[in-house]
Design a protein around this ligand. Sequence first.
Ligand code: 5GP
Length: 120
Amino acid sequence: MEFIYDDQNIFAKILRGEIPNRTVYENDFALAFEDIAPQAPVHVLVIPKGAYMSLDHFARDASAEEQAGFFQAVAEVCRISGLVDGFRGVSNTRVHGVQDVPHYHMHILGGRPLGRMLAD
Ligand code: 5GP
């Protein structure tokens, strides 16, 4: 599969500082910020700083250092957000996954019971 990254997507603009964000955590390889339309009391998006479109693109092509940095950011978001009772990490992907923004991101959702994973 060929991944063609569109650098005009909204998260690329956030990474370039063209659009503001409410940063929760940042390291050399990842940025975590509050979702603009939260669907739970905690709704944070963790994105890699590299140009990856999706979970499978990131998993295939990101270096070990980039992947470690990304997951370190996920852990920090969970710690900072106090998600001791649990959370859900979601990465919607392409059409069937209903991915709106084509820059890889993991939603970290929590702060209340979230129900079953899929409605149908
Ligand atoms: P997706 O459907 O691609 O998995 O999720 C994209 C998410 O990005 C949505 O939850 C949406 O609310 C969020 N989002 C879209 N535009 C912006 C923005 O400009 N700033 C922030 N913080 N979140 C955004």
